[in-house]
Design a protein around this ligand. Structure first.
Ligand code: UT7
Length: 323
């Protein structure tokens, strides 16, 4: 039985940090409001001329170094992003060239904040059916470029960044004790388009557009859908909440994350939280959180990780990984 085993991970955040207090000088908001409602204290913002592919390439190179894998060993890059460098080609092909990878395939997956989960499941499937054997899965975003900086309801919530993992095909026993990816559950509901979308695009308006969100509505769906999808993925793997060592959630709002942790009966110390430092980095938030808990030694070999996220579409999902 082939398993896709994560060999290592890497992350990159732009140098510039913008605090809540700095934002409060530009829009009518306050550090207190942002922290109380979301848990966010600061976010990183990409420099002029710093694109999604640049963030992605840096995170990818760090993931390769941490894994002891060379770019020439890779035969697949799946890049989750809703903020590509260009309408086409895929930003993943920019990363492929920058890393010096000349074989295999590279493409983008567009599932917004669920993009990393979707990409992990695509790469896992391609490894399991023999199309690829060594893959990079990246989540990278420059959401600062699609924010309406006059809309306080959205501009305080997001940040830029990138995270990546390297997957390799390994032989497993087919049990939940195997290292690697154990199960995924994916969903979308296109009827919910209007509560979270970007009001532009090449086909509709020929512009890039800005992010629009009905936060309260998204919040309600997030709480319900996250509770359901984590139960679903555990059932698929024949596991229970008591088996989870770490919840590594999408980082949109501390209140949503706390709610999911409570429903699973996990103590707060078993939930990886980075929303305070990174804000919501969409597809990058899960691999950024994963890297933070791996690099500081919290996540250890053999631990069971539950990854989950929801965003525009609506699209959502969860993955179970034995580290
Ligand atoms: O990653 C994709 C998934 N996205 C999410 O999961 C986001 C889910 N939603 C949320 O996280 C929350 O709904 C928000 C953080 C976006 C908003 O929190 P809320 O508790 O739902 O607040 P609200 O939108 O109901 O707004 C409450 C009040 C309003 O004022 P009134 O009408 O009560 O007078 C807003 O105008 O807060 C006001 N407000 C602000 N005040 C200060 C909205 N944004 C701000 C702001 N600073 N930045």
């Amino acid at each position: 039985m082939i398993r896709s085993v994560i060999q290592g991970c890497g992350a990159y955040l732009p140098e510039k940090i913008v605090t809540n207090a700095e934002l409060a000088t530009k829009v009518e908001t306050s550090d207190e409001w942002i922290q109380q409602r979301t848990g966010i204290r600061q976010r990183h913002i990409a420099a002029d001329g710093e694109f999604t592919s640049h963030l992605a390439t840096k995170a990818a190179q760090r993931a390769l170094d941490a894994s002891g894998v060379k770019a020439s060993d890779l035969d697949l890059i799946v890049l989750a992003t809703a903020t590509p460098d260009e309408t086409f080609p895929a930003t993943a092909t920019r990363v492929q060239a920058a890393l010096g990878m000349t074989r295999g395939s590279a493409f983008d997956v567009q599932a917004v904040c669920a993009g990393f989960i979707y990409s992990l499941s695509v790469a896992d499937s391609m490894i399991k059916n023999g199309i690829a054997s060594t893959a990079l899965v990246i989540g990278a975003e420059t959401f600062s470029r699609i924010l309406d900086w006059n809309d306080r309801g959205t501009c305080v919530l997001f940040g830029d960044g990138a995270g990546a993992v390297v997957l390799k095909a390994e032989q497993g026993q087919g049990t939940s004790h195997d290292r690697g990816i154990l199960a995924h559950a994916l969903h979308s509901d296109g009827r919910q388009h209007d509560i979270l979308y970007v009001d532009g695009g090449p086909s509709s308006t020929r512009t890039t557009g800005y992010l629009r969100m009905e936060g309260k509505e998204v919040f309600k769906h997030a709480v319900v859908n996250m509770a359901a999808v984590v139960g679903e993925v555990l059932e698929k793997a024949g596991l229970t909440p008591a088996d989870i060592d770490w919840l590594v959630p999408h980082q949109a709002n501390k209140r949503i994350i706390d709610g999911t942790g409570r429903k699973l009966g996990l103590p707060p110390g078993r939930v990886v939280l980075t929303v305070d430092k990174h804000a919501n980095t969409s597809a990058a938030s899960i691999p950024l959180a994963l890297e933070s808990a791996v690099s500081d030694g919290r996540i250890k070999r053999g631990d069971l990780l539950l990854l989950e996220g929801i965003g525009g579409g609506l699209a959502w999902g969860a993955s179970l990984v034995r580290w």
